[in-house]
Design a protein around this ligand. Structure first.
Ligand SMILES: Nc1ncnc2c1ncn2[C@@H]1O[C@H](COP(=O)(O)OP(=O)(O)OP(=O)(O)O)[C@@H](O)[C@H]1O
Length: 952
């Protein structure tokens, strides 16, 4: 082994003054040692005798200067930092270093070197730093750390790490190197392992209580740490640096007087003192100014072990300890004197380097180790490369992920924006469409309400004309032609109806304007929607998101379709209700005819009026038809739809109490006011006759029973009229048969009656003639107003075309109002004209002389004509048009009652169902009035709430 570098260095001496302990304070000791500045200590002599003349001029205090001093305020860290820390790097790099604690017993040596758990001493701190320092250079250098821990107790060496080894011997080789034979040298790889071994060794150390120290160390403890350092790469010539660190806690010198030791303790003390004396002698010798003379290390095992530390190749630090108590003045002074001498001790510090020249035989091992090192380094590089590659890949993926996320976020944001815009557009469109439907609904309601008011007005016109006619008749009878009073007070209802018509007219225009505006806005919204849809592929790149938006649009289209279906359904309902209204009207007319025929038949039977065979046959045929219908349920069914409709529609029930008629009698037995088709006064009277089993033959005459009808004396008239009816029936039947022969085809259903052309030609242009009825049915059947099965477009939701069709259709299918009536005026019949008519009728035999000719004439011209039939019995049909119903039975349209009875005049209520020839004499033809009251039908279906859930 050689030593390189370094040089001669003096011993570093530090002094630590511990605080006064409790015992010392109790004994009244006073502090006599003080630290002055960083490296001076002042020791006062507490035994100064002022009477001693010889010492009178001597100073009481002694000053000592050391490399560093510590007083009671210094902690373990301060002492370690100042004395030991700087030695650690030197030890690692191959230098020897020794730190030993010197001082009297109880001065604090063990406290400084070993310390406690909460305040570890120099040993723990130095070992900890040693491993930390090696870690710094572990990449390039390989270290091997071994430690041994021994004590010299009573001049015997014990292995504290292996106490079982017993007493160990010191041996010295030829080079003078001192070793302990059999001392265990334990390898340590970490600080923890070193600490565990140190604690174990301390537990094995001999400590006994003395008077001076409760835990007095009775031995010198030597901890040796050897660090071998070499480069990791081996060569054929390897440099190995070996540094040794000795950490020594000496036993304290003690005076028997102070320790009061006896026996074993006294023997221990003697050994301690002898070894310390040998140490002192060595220090004295080493510190001589003239250079060291012979140094007797062999006097004690302690000095032999410290040979290198004191005078050899070692950086040595001595930490002297003293008590500040005046009681320990002598011990403290001695320690200070020894420490002060030690300052002059010089050592030659060199690095311990061993050059290992390997034998050729070891080359194989070296090569193997080198290869292993290469592999290790490669693996390490690979690991680092892999780790860095993985890190790079992870980084790239993270960046890509972030980019994708950002892109996705941007895309999603675009989609959400577009989606919001589309949703807003959809909602706007739906709102507009709903508004459009409401407007259309309103238009329909306005149309219905207009019709209703027009009817009220037209009926009043009829009523007014009738009242005026009656007055004219009265005045004619009284020959007061000059005093005709045309002033008939118009009822409140009619006045209201006229006002309502004006309001409705304005309302219609306003509604139309709103409709146009809404349509325009809807077109704008649709344009916007179209543009937004075009933006979908541009703004949304994600296919799935595009699909989501497209599906959303599809949902919107379905919502529109749904709305269109609702609108179509409403229109259909509206149309059905209209048709029901018309059908019901004709059913009633037919029932009325049935009733008339029945009563006429009863009259014939009751009076034994001879009836022509043809008439009988016709009647039988009629009965058969009737029974057939009843058997088929047509009779009841014919009522049901309209009744159901009326009840369901929320309007007034046909029979007020919600019942439905089961027969013709039922139909006629309910209160008029609740009926859709109000019964005429005549029908009411007929009902009254049924109830009282009486017949009203004139306005004022009531016959209790048929058999007691004494006043009804004109049997001849009845016979005559009956003959006329029979003749009429025969004629009709002949015509029917002729027509059938001419026009019937095998596949056509046989009809009993067809109007001839000539009679049809006489019909009033607006009356409901058979041909018009056929056309009407055809129109209905062919769906003049129909809805496609395909979803309607916006136009057939929104357009009022449908409503207009309904209006047109309604106007066509129902007997129209006279233009004059629509205008609210009634054509005045002048007295001259009235008289002329009267004369004309007189010439034609209407004045009670009814002939076959007259009857024939009447029958041929009365069909569909808005005029009065002047037959005695036929007066029943005086106020209506004779029309044809599908079974070919002549139906008489009764003059309908007014919608509002309250404005019916008293005179009007007196109208008889069977008027006398006298009464019929001057009667004018009344205008044709539709026999239904539109106002009685409330189309509540058009007011439904178009609740369309708009969700996406
Ligand atoms: N700097 C200090 N601060 C506080 N307490 C201290 C200090 N130094 C020593 N002491 C206390 O003084 C007592 C004696 O110390 P210590 O055992 O270390 O003395 P010693 O010199 O080792 O004695 P011995 O030679 O008998 O073993 C212990 O209780 C220790 O805790």
């Amino acid at each position: 082994m050689s030593t390189k570098g370094g040089g001669e260095q003096t011993l570093t001496v530090a002094l630590r003054i511990r605080p006064l302990n409790e015992d010392e304070i109790l004994q009244g000791a006073s502090p006599i040692a003080y630290k002055v500045e960083n490296n001076m200590v002042v020791l006062l002599d507490p035994t100064e005798d002022h009477d001693d003349i010889l010492r009178a001029n001597r100073s009481r205090e002694k000053q000592f200067v050391f490399d560093c001093t510590f007083d009671g305020s210094a902690n373990q860290e301060d002492v370690y930092e100042a004395t030991t820390k700087e030695l650690i790097p030197n030890v690692i790099t191959g230098y020897n270093a020794t730190v030993f604690a010197y001082g009297a017993t109880g001065a604090g040596k063990t406290h400084t070197m070993v310390g406690k758990d909460d305040s570890p001493g120099i040993m723990v701190r130095a070992l900890n730093d040693l491993f930390l320092e090696m870690e710094k250079t572990s990449e390039d250098m390989a270290y091997k750390v071994t430690m041994s821990y021994l004590e010299i107790y009573n001049e015997m060496i014990r292995d504290l790490l292996n106490p079982a080894a017993g007493i160990l011997d010191l041996r010295e080789n030829s080079k003078g190197d001192v070793t302990v034979a059999g001392l265990s040298e334990v390898s340590a790889r970490s600080t923890d392992e070193v600490m565990q071994m140190l604690l174990k060794g301390n537990r094995e150390r001999t400590q006994e209580p003395t008077a001076a120290n409760q835990a007095s160390s009775r031995s010198h403890a030597v901890l040796q740490v050897t660090v071998r350092q070499r480069h990791r790469v081996k060569n054929t010539l390897q440099e190995v640096r070996t540094g040794k660190l000795f950490l020594i806690d000496l036993a304290g010198s003690e005076r028997a007087a102070n320790t009061h030791n006896r026996g074993k303790r006294m023997v221990e003390g003697a050994h301690i003192n002898r070894s310390l004396l040998a140490l002192g002698n060595c220090i004295n010798a080493l510190s001589e100014k003239n250079g060291p003379r012979y140094i007797n290390y062999r006097d004690s095992k302690l000095t032999r072990l410290l040979k290198d530390a004191l005078g050899g190749n070692c950086k040595t630090v001595m930490i002297a300890h003293i008590s500040p108590a005046s009681l320990n003045f002598e011990e403290s002074r001695n320690t200070l004197v020894y420490a002060d001498r030690a300052k002059h001790i010089k050592t030659k510090v060199r690095r311990n380097v061993t050059d290992v020249a390997y034998h050729i035989a070891q080359y194989t091992n070296i090569i193997t180790e080198l290869r292993e090192e290469i592999l290790r380094l490669r693996d390490r590089l690979h690991e680092q490369g892999t780790a860095s590659r993985q890190h790079a890949v992870a980084n790239i993926q993270a960046v890509q992920s972030e980019v994708l996320m950002a892109k996705d976020t941007a895309n999603r944001s675009e989609m959400n924006k577009l989606r919001e815009q589309l949703l807003t557009c959809f909602k706007d469109q739906m709102e507009l469409r709903r508004s459009l439907m409401e407007v259309n609904n309103n238009t329909m309601e306005v149309s219905l309400e207009t019709n209703r008011n027009q009817l009220i007005i037209s009926e009043w016109d009829v009523e007014k004309a009738r009242i005026q006619q009656k007055r004219e008749n009265t005045q004619a009878t009284d020959n007061k032609f000059d005093e005709v009073d045309d002033d008939v007070t118009e009822p409140e209802d009619v006045r209201v109806a006229r006002e309502e018509l004006k309001v409705l007219h304005d309302e219609k225009h306003k509604t139309e304007k709103v409709r146009v505006t809404i349509k325009r806005e809807l077109e704008t919204a649709k344009e916007k929607h179209k543009k937004l849809e075009e933006l979908i592929p541009v703004k949304v790149s994600n296919i799935d998101q595009q699909e989501i938006i497209r599906q959303m649009c599809k949902v919107h289209e379905l919502e529109i379709e749904n709305l269109q279906n609702i609108a179509a359904s409403l229109m259909r309902d509206f149309e059905i209700k209209k048709k029901d209204m018309v059908i019901t009207r004709f059913r009633h007319h037919r029932n009325l005819c049935d009733e008339i025929i029945k009563q006429q038949r009863d009259l014939i039977d009751d009076n034994n009026v001879p009836c022509p065979k043809d008439l009988d046959e016709l009647y039988e045929l009629y009965k058969l038809e009737r029974q057939d219908k009843i058997l088929k349920g047509d009779e009841s069914n014919s009522q049901t739809p309209s009744l159901k409709f009326l009840t369901a529609s929320g309007a007034r029930s046909t029979f007020g109490d919600g019942r439905q008629p089961s027969s013709l009698t039922d139909l006629n037995s309910y209160d008029d006011d609740t009926k859709v088709f109000t019964r005429s006064a005549k029908l009411k009277q007929i009902e009254a006759q049924w109830k009282t089993n009486s017949y009203m033959v004139s306005d004022k005459q009531v016959i209790p029973s048929i058999k007691s009808r004494q006043s009804f004396d004109d049997k001849e008239t009845i016979v005559s009229n009956t003959r006329n009816i029979a003749a009429l029936a025969a004629k009709k039947r002949t015509r029917v048969q002729n027509t059938l022969l001419q026009t019937d085809k095998p596949d056509k259903p046989r009809t009993l009656y067809r109007p001839t052309n000539d009679s049809a030609s006489d019909f009033a242009p607006n009356a409901l003639t058979p041909s018009r009825l056929a056309k009407h049915n055809k129109d209905y059947g062919e769906g003049n107003f129909h809805f496609n099965s395909t979803p309607p477009s916006d136009d057939n939701i929104s357009s009022v075309t449908a409503v207009e069709k309904i209006s047109i259709h309604t106007d066509t299918s129902l007997p129209p109002l006279n233009e004059q009536q629509y205008k609210g005026g009634v054509r005045k019949i002048s007295q001259t004209e009235t008289e002329a008519r009267r004369r004309r009728r007189s010439q034609q035999g209407y004045e009670g002389n009814i002939s076959n000719q007259n009857m024939k004439k009447t029958s041929s011209k009365s069909i569909g004509k808005p005029r009065v039939s002047r037959t005695k019995l036929g007066d029943i049909s005086a106020s209506g048009n004779i029309t044809q119903i599908d079974e070919g039975i002549a139906e008489v349209k009764p003059r309908r009652e007014k919608p509002r009875r309250k404005y019916r005049s008293q005179n009007a209520s007196d109208s008889s169902s069977v008027s006398t020839p006298q009464q019929n004499k001057n009667r004018k033809a009344l205008p044709s009035i539709p026999s239904y009251r539109k106002g009685d039908i409330t189309i509540t279906g058009t007011g439904v709430n178009y609740g369309v859930n708009y969700r996406y």
